[in-house]
Design a protein around this ligand. Structure first.
Ligand SMILES: [Zn+2]
Ligand SMILES: [Zn+2]
Length: 260
């Protein structure tokens, strides 16, 4: 049997505090590996609601360093030091675009040993932010490409042993790299921050995300990263102007099974 990928949207929101939409975070399960994409504020709580603890995580992938995507990293690392919960036996690997080592070093300047996990249990890895890059783990393949948002911004394509692939855009404006990276993917999780008539530079709208999904010929599109204005309009209708394939609007704790 070809093994699939389980996707859980942990946070479908933004920096705006919301009881319905936590800040950005997505969990992928591939066989026994748990991969977290971004960790905005509230991520650990949403993980618990999804039945997962921080000790189950094997990888964290950061799309960029804005606080609504990274802020929970500090409490997450601090929590791994709580003695009675010291159950991490395998390393946590953090993957991000170029500049992460510097970003993390500056966090350690502030928090020091409070966010220093026990020796050997934390690895970090930078992927290129100016060209495509890739990395192969035991359980899956990672490909990345630069996005139009921050200097360090990258999107990820994860392909499991079963051959199914999921793409996570992070924050971005419309760009060709995302179309190439997402080509014929089984699922594209794409930001759609603001309605069509409120679009801003550095972010997508429902119809732009739909245009990318159509050009990339993805099997399914999930829109996420909704500012409150998105909940005041018909996001699906706006996306349908440019995309006619399978479509879901992200909700916190929504779960999708890809390929199984
Ligand atoms: Zn951002
Ligand atoms: Zn964002």
């Amino acid at each position: 049997m070809k093994s699939g990928i389980t996707v859980t949207i942990l946070g479908s929101g933004t920096c705006v505090p919301s009881l319905e939409r936590s800040s950005c975070s997505v969990l992928l399960q591939i066989d026994r590996a748990y991969l977290l994409f971004d960790s905005g504020p509230g991520t650990m709580r949403r993980l618990l609601e999804a039945g997962i603890t921080i000790f189950d995580l094997n990888y964290i992938f950061y799309s960029h360093f804005h606080p609504d995507h990274t802020a929970e990293l500090v409490p997450l690392l601090f929590a791994t030091k709580y003695p009675e919960s010291h159950r991490r036996k395998t390393p946590l690997t953090i993957v991000a675009g170029r500049g992460f080592e510097d970003f993390f070093a500056r966090l350690k300047t502030v928090y020091g040993q409070w966010i220093e996990p026990p020796t050997g249990l934390l690895e970090t890895m930078e992927l290129a932010n100016s060209s495509r890059d890739s990395y192969r783990s035991q359980d899956f393949m990672v490909e990345s490409a630069p996005m139009e948002h921050n200097e360090e911004s990258i999107a990820y394509r994860i392909t499991g042993a079963g051959g199914y692939s999921v793409v996570y855009s992070g924050d971005t404006d419309y760009n060709e790299n995302l179309i190439t990276l997402a080509k014929k993917a089984d699922l594209l999780i794409c930001e759609s921050a603001l309605p069509d008539d409120k679009g801003v530079k550095g972010h997508l709208t429902p119809s732009l995300a739909g245009k990318i999904a159509t050009q990339a010929e993805v099997a399914k599109l999930v829109l996420t990263h909704f500012y409150p204005a998105c909940d005041q309009v018909d996001i699906e209708q706006e996306c349908r102007k440019t995309y006619s394939g399978a479509l879901e609007l992200a909700e916190d704790l929504m779960r999708l099974e890809i390929g199984s």
